[in-house]
Design a protein. Structure first.
Length: 362
């Protein structure tokens, strides 16, 4: 088989992490098929192919554009693919070949992020309409849909009326990490890992942290935010300034796997306050490093994490404050058992390869 993977988001967080690990594991487990990776310029120039079964194709086309729908279709067609995997919801609507689409979440349908956009409101609303149309038609024409949790699968069924048998669930995995002994951050700290999109609910986290440090603990506690510096983090900094948190909040920026392991392993707890997620990978990573997790009481976290974390009401500053105080008072690293074997990138890649092969049998 000649399988294409639209890897233009490979350098990003979230979808990029999923794509990088999928490619790495497919190279380990599959020596029969040929893979064509479609990459933007920077990744095309810098990515080392994992094996001779992989090929790079330059596709320096920005995502979420009309140009993408037209130009990418031509690029895909030139490669004469047996199957195309788009690991995001931006499926090529004009592409006539067989496609597999991965849906990580449907946040865009639930949370109007207009207050955080740089676009004029009319253009932003048109862009949201474009997302809806892209999802609606892309999901219907896909041969198979991959969801990263049962919760996300049910969302797809509820919103789009897709036949459940067309949707497969493949959980994400935990990266292999090299542990580092020396602490990166000397003071005790709570940790957040991820982007600063509005549905991540970081303003509530900041307000709870402000209330927490007002309690005048006998030691200094910081809040460390790990994520790519972008427009949304710049907006968050304005809230930090408004709350007069100053040096109590540390903007770490992007972290590699070794740094992440260190940060997870030495944190008081990871706080994951999202209003909606498709999976929740940072929580799994934190638990694999022995880090307690405080997370919002939403369905997907109960599916993935079961009764292991400390849950809080994601609309209540006082509830999060209470849970933060509770975890600090315990001052321990005893993590209740969670079956981490369920969260393996190798397992995810094997299941994805099975999906590829089943698509081509039909």
């Amino acid at each position: 088989m000649r399988i294409g993977i639209d890897a233009r988001l490979i350098g990003e967080t979230g979808v990029g992490r999923y794509t990088r690990n999928l490619i790495r594991e497919l190279a380990r487990i599959d020596s029969k098929n040929t893979y064509v990776l479609f990459l933007r310029k920077n990744a095309f120039e810098n990515l080392d192919l994992p094996s001779s079964h992989f090929k790079k194709v330059l596709a320096d086309v920005p995502w979420h554009t009309l140009t993408e729908q037209i130009v990418m279709t031509g690029i895909f067609l030139r490669e004469k693919l047996d199957l195309l995997h788009v690991p995001y919801f931006n499926a090529p609507l004009l592409y006539p070949g067989k496609t597999v689409v991965t849906i990580h979440d449907l946040t865009i349908l639930h949370f109007d992020t207009g207050k955080a956009t740089t676009l004029p409101m009319v253009l932003y609303k048109l862009k949201r309409l474009g997302y809806w149309l892209e999802l609606t038609f892309g999901l219907r024409q896909a041969k198979k849909i991959i969801a990263v949790s049962k919760t996300s699968k049910q969302e797809i069924i509820d919103h789009f009326g897709i036949d459940p048998s067309k949707i497969a669930v493949t959980y994400e995995g935990v990266d292999e990490k090299v542990k580092s002994q020396k602490r990166i951050i000397e003071d005790p700290y709570f940790l957040y890992v991820g982007n600063a999109y509005p549905h991540k609910n970081l303003e509530l986290l900041l307000r709870a942290f402000q209330a927490f440090i007002v309690n005048s603990l006998p030691f200094t506690v910081k809040l460390v935010l790990v994520g790519k510096e972008d427009y949304f983090y710049s907006k968050l900094k304005l809230i930090v300034k408004e709350l007069d948190l100053g040096d109590e909040v540390i903007y770490f920026g992007e972290a590699n796997d070794t740094q992440l392991t260190n940060l997870y392993g030495n944190a008081i707890a990871l706080i994951f306050p999202s209003l909606m997620e498709g999976f929740g990978l940072p929580a799994i990573e934190a638990l694999s490093c022995g880090c307690p997790v405080i997370c919002s009481d939403i369905p997907v976290f109960h599916e993935i994490l079961e009764d292991v974390p400390t849950y809080f009401d994601p609309f209540s500053v006082s509830d999060l404050l209470a849970k933060m105080t509770q975890v600090v008072k315990k001052q321990h690293k005893e993590i209740r058992s969670i079956d981490l074997a369920k969260f393996s990138w190798e397992k995810m890649a094997k299941e994805t390869l099975d999906i590829y092969e089943n698509c081509l049998r039909v």
